[in-house]
Design a protein around this ligand. Structure first.
Ligand SMILES: [Zn+2]
Length: 351
């Protein structure tokens, strides 16, 4: 008669025992909330079977410790935040929410061998995100013995800069990526400072705008580590759901919660995705290092298949009840989640 509708479970993150409501019942509330393994803000709205963890993460952790902090940081800044708009997951009308988050772009001006950092402007072009460089000039500084960059918005200071840097004002390289309209803006700005240029040599081959730098913040790395640990917990659901509660994982848990880093190298970021082919899907893989002198439980996560983030979840030897190595992807076109063969992944050595 008085059987409790609750089961006591420990939260994956705070490890506190809490009430899990086994099935919906009027007047009863669960302490646990549904957690998306991959943050749902990184998935298209119609994604049908995005995996979730039910009865594993308490409402307090979900909302206060993660949702309003590290999760928001990941989905609104850096490459992941930027790519949400590119992939059409986030409407470009909300571009004002996007933060730079350690993401840097570069261009290759004519006559230069290397990419140099460029300021970019993200614009809402009728619902499509377009990224343009802020026009700039390269001018030779006799003081520094090299060309230096002057952004369009800084041209108003060019005369004082010319004295300080001993600039060669006879030759300018236009960093406009082939846009004649931007050339004209630079010419006008120079004219306003009394420097007359009649014409620019237009670039025939504008260089591609590349991501040349990405240094995600500690908050973003914690949010990525949470995706990795959630993924591990998800695949443990089918074998032994209590495995992620083991003390083996206390260090990574602590990092996700507070930012205290585990001992040794526990995080590596690589500039290529996990999946073969140029697909922009999310993926994750569970691996083990069975080297007896350096055992490790490793989960790698790749968002939009651009960068790969590898996390050491534990340095303890793999127990018998741990799941086998495996990989999954969130297919953003088919809007389906599923297991994929390990040979669909790019070998680590090529990444
Ligand atoms: Zn909790």
């Amino acid at each position: 008669m008085n059987q409790s509708p609750y089961e006591i479970r420990k939260c994956l993150y705070c490890l506190k025992p809490k009430n899990h409501l086994l099935r919906k019942k009027k007047g009863f509330k669960s302490d646990f909330t549904k957690e998306h393994v991959m943050h749902d803000a990184l998935l298209p709205r119609e994604f049908t079977d995005a995996p979730t963890l039910v009865g594993r993460i308490c409402g307090e952790c979900n909302t206060n410790n993660f949702g309003n902090t590290i999760d928001r940081e990941l989905t609104r800044s850096g490459y992941e935040g930027f790519q949400r708009y590119k992939a059409g997951i986030k409407p470009t009308s909300k571009l004002n929410e996007l933060k730079q988050g350690g993401l840097g772009f570069g261009v290759q001006p004519p006559g230069m061998d290397e990419y140099i950092p460029a300021n970019v402007i993200h614009k809402d072009d009728q619902g499509i995100l377009t990224t343009k460089i802020e026009p700039f000039l390269l001018v030779y500084s006799r003081r520094q013995g090299k060309k230096i960059q002057i952004k369009l918005s800084d041209i108003s200071t060019i005369n004082s800069l010319a004295q300080k840097e001993d600039l060669d004002l006879e030759q300018f390289t236009f960093g406009t990526n082939g846009s004649e309209a931007d050339d004209q803006k630079l010419i006008s700005a120079l004219k306003a400072q009394g420097i007359d240029i009649l014409a620019s040599i237009s670039e025939t081959q504008p260089s591609a705008l590349l991501i040349t730098e990405y240094a995600p913040s500690s908050e973003m790395i914690r949010a990525l580590a949470k995706i990795a640990f959630n993924y591990f917990a998800l695949i443990c659901e089918k074998t032994e759901p209590s495995v992620p509660l083991m003390s083996d994982f206390d260090e990574i848990r602590e990092f996700i919660k507070s930012g205290t880093e585990p001992a040794g190298v526990f995080f590596i970021m690589q500039g290529a995705g996990l999946l073969r082919g140029n697909v922009g899907d999310h993926s994750a893989v569970l691996k083990y290092s069975d080297d007896s002198s350096a055992p490790a439980v490793i989960v790698q996560v790749s968002i939009f298949n651009c960068f790969t983030y590898s996390f050491v979840l534990s340095r303890q030897p793999r127990s018998a009840n741990f799941p086998e190595p495996q990989a999954h992807k969130w297919d953003l076109k088919k809007k389906r989640f599923g297991r994929i063969p390990l040979n669909l992944l790019i070998p680590t050595s090529e990444r």
